[in-house]
Design a protein around this ligand. Structure first.
Ligand code: TYD
Ligand code: MG
Length: 469
């Protein structure tokens, strides 16, 4: 039973309900309501009582009569990040930067503030996770101009932070992280759904009223969701996702929501000894490093509006396990499962009894439906122990395309730009939906002339029916 003064917040969608109803009236999920108790007298809550006179009507205006102001954006000094943001930070905007621990969120935000401070902007770094000394050590490591001039506070109390914002009035402020700030108004621990919502809401209120642009750092869960409250994604202007594997050097930053720009942009970075470095020639690096062994293929992917060539590798090996292992990194696991099923059903390559490992080289994460064909060809090449190559027999084979459930290849956006990027590196012809209509035809084109190794001659790898010539 709810205590008086408590409310229930859904751990899935952040919807607040005054009563315990068993299921959330916002998203309909059962048993996801978490009680938030407010100490007596704290008031709080988003709802304000209306005055006795009742609300007065507001006169609507046509959109043409609405005034807009085009404010100059604040350049972060990091070209890839500015592009993702749509041309820099919009003054007074709220940007959420999500990413797994250790991916480089603090490094990136420190670099941004260093550049802004060096450009004469007022900035503030609020560290609720690390001590000021730790922040200084990072800044020293970056060694960039302005890094040691960033004003910093190490504070976990939300109200102290809000008071500091009102006093200092920076143009840009970093909150690292939203999950470690704590509001005394709520009894729950820092990082809980209610806390994060309260913290983000209060910061937004103060920042918007003072015109402070805020970069909110947030952790993501193992599943890749911004921890706990999806509700944060609704209230901020822009959500940037920082992805990649911590142990590898390449990272991508992409916008998954942007009120001031497109969500098509993505930037590629490399973590070096002195901070994150923009990678402008990513395709060249990946192509030159591509192995010419069975199980490897070059994918013409799109990272936002930019074509990017990456190497996709697969390993298919007999398994002792039931069910066999499916280990995927850098791609959507479910997409890989679909491709494996289509390969078996429509491509004559069954890997049902084998462990399958699929990896995008370099730790890049690809979210592009066009990756399907690369996964299919890499697995087929690995299953057949046959190296794939382009027309000259020297360079790796390049491909892209989405695979449909009936084994057809579907075209994906920006095919000419993908083909052009591959041509830049001499990777022609590209196996793609405009050239081949189906997975079966793509396999035939890719495995053409390649002799099937003797041990696979009588049957396709691991029990699949033979591939029709
Ligand atoms: P960090 O920015 O602290 O990650 P997050 O805030 O997302 O948790 O740093 C991530 C990792 O990067 C950390 O393990 C140390 C490493 N690193 C470098 O390799 N080079 C550098 O210049 C810096 C500052 C960090
Ligand atoms: Mg950090």
């Amino acid at each position: 039973m709810p205590r008086s003064g408590s409310s229930f917040v859904c751990s899935d969608c952040g919807h607040e309900s005054p009563r315990w109803e068993g299921r959330c009236s916002g998203c309909g999920e059962w048993n996801t309501l978490v009680e938030e108790r407010r100490p007596p007298g704290s008031g709080g809550g988003a709802r304000r009582a209306t005055s006795g006179a009742g609300p007065s009507p507001v006169r609507p205006v046509t959109l043409a009569a609405v005034e807009t102001s085009e404010q100059a954006r604040l350049g972060t000094g990091i070209g890839e990040l500015d592009a993702v943001l749509g041309g820099g930070i919009v003054p007074g905007s709220l940007v959420l930067i999500g990413g797994a621990p250790g991916i480089g969120k603090s490094t990136l935000t420190t670099m941004v503030l260093a550049n802004l401070v060096a450009a004469g902007r007022r900035a503030l770094y609020v560290s609720a996770e690390e001590s000021a000394a730790q922040v200084r050590l990072r800044a020293e490591r970056l060694g960039s101009r302005g890094a040691l001039d960033i004003p910093v506070i190490a504070e976990t109390d939300l109200h102290c932070v809000l008071a500091t914002l009102e006093h200092e009035r920076p143009e840009v402020c970093v909150i690292d992280s939203v999950q470690t700030l704590h509001s005394g108004e709520l009894s729950s621990a820092a990082g809980s759904v209610g806390q994060v919502r309260e913290v983000a809401g209060e910061i937004m209120r103060v920042a918007k009223s003072l015109g402070i642009a805020v970069l909110l750092v947030g952790h993501v869960t193992k599943e890749g969701n911004l921890a706990g409250p999806r509700v944060l994604e609704h209230i901020v202007d822009c959500v940037l996702q920082f992805e990649g594997e911590r142990e590898r050097t390449y990272r991508t930053v992409r916008a998954i929501k942007n009120r001031f720009g497109s969500t098509n942009e993505a930037g590629v970075f490399e973590m070096r000894d002195h901070g994150l470095v923009e990678v402008l020639d990513a395709s060249a690096r990946f192509v030159s490093g591509a192995t010419r062994a069975a199980g490897s293929v070059v994918l013409c992917a799109m990272e936002g509006s930019r074509p990017l060539l990456v190497e996709v590798q697969a390993l298919v090996s007999p398994s002792e396990l039931v069910p066999p292992r499916r280990v995927v990194s850098g791609l959507d696991r479910n997409r890989v499962a679909l491709v494996i099923a289509v390969l078996a059903r429509h491509g004559g390559i069954g890997v049902g009894a084998a462990d399958v490992f699929v990896n995008v080289v370099g730790g890049v994460r690809i979210e592009d439906p066009g990756a399907d064909l690369a996964v299919a060809l890499a697995i087929a090449s690995a299953a057949r122990s046959t190296a794939l190559s382009g027309a000259d027999g020297e360079r790796p084979l390049a491909c892209f395309g989405e695979i449909g459930l009936t084994g057809e290849l579907r075209s994906v956006a920006h095919s000419d730009r993908r083909v052009a990027e591959a041509a830049k590196f001499g990777l022609t012809p590209v196996v793609e939906p405009e050239a081949v209509p189906s997975v079966r035809a793509a396999l035939r084109a890719a495995l053409k002339g390649a002799p099937t190794p003797a041990r696979h001659r009588t049957r396709a790898a691991f029990g699949g029916p033979p591939l029709a010539a």
